[in-house]
Write a protein that binds this ligand. Sequence first.
Ligand code: FE2
Length: 298
Amino acid sequence: MDKPDPIGVGIQYNPEILDWFPFESLDVDLFEVLLDPFMGPLDGPSVFLPGALERLRELRRKRPLLAHSNYGCDFGFGDLERTPAVLRHVPMARAIGSPWIADHSFYGDESWLDIWSSPVQFSPTEVRRIADRARRLQEHYGIPLAHENAAYYLATPGSTMREADFMAALVERSGTFLHLDLHNVYANSLNLAGFDPMAYLETIPLDRVIAVHLAGGSWHDGLYHDWHDNPVPEPVWELLDWLLARARPGAVILEYQGRCHHESTRLLDTDDESMIVRDLARAKAAWAAASVHWAGVS
Ligand SMILES: [Fe+2]
């Protein structure tokens, strides 16, 4: 499957801040849509919640939509054909015309969805098992499938590989792609001993990076959390500049949200609109500078 053409800079269309944030008046190239909040229940008759498809099709008239699957249970241990990813997210991504789909490198199954803190086991055995599921899932989608790297606080027991080596081996074996969350890389470098962000970027195959996430986070109880509740930190901007000088992703996407990750998350409000607009402007400037570079080398 080929890597899609670049689209530009966008923002995650997050229902948690829809009530006050003016998404549709922003100067952005795309919206990333989290599929789960729009998904019909698995034991119900509809792929979308009532009215959701109409709402997303209306939004798509203004900007291209990129689908993102959080709770697909893609890499759990249940039957892949019975996961929310296959039963719901595949037809949803098609219905909104997404050029690719992102998922998470987390475990999850029908009874276990602690996805924010359950990274997959970084081991050769899991490379083989997960790559097989990823390859089959990408065939179901019929569009490129990109795996988002996790923020976590401990490696899953049994891990014998560095995360970057695992992700590289996974996409090499499955023929899938990467959705590189630079803030998660940054968060891991603060929380995990020996996690070097530059070593991470120098290990993964940059030509497989379809999309990039940027966000900010907060310190709480001695750990730095990917809570999407603050401006993008300076070191993350530096990682973005490094990346864009060497790779050509399809999109750079900013993430902001409410308290979905944790009750201690700083609650964004209308005062934060200028912060988000500033981050977006900086991302667009980085993209524009990289576009000049890409035009010079192509
Ligand atoms: Fe992310």
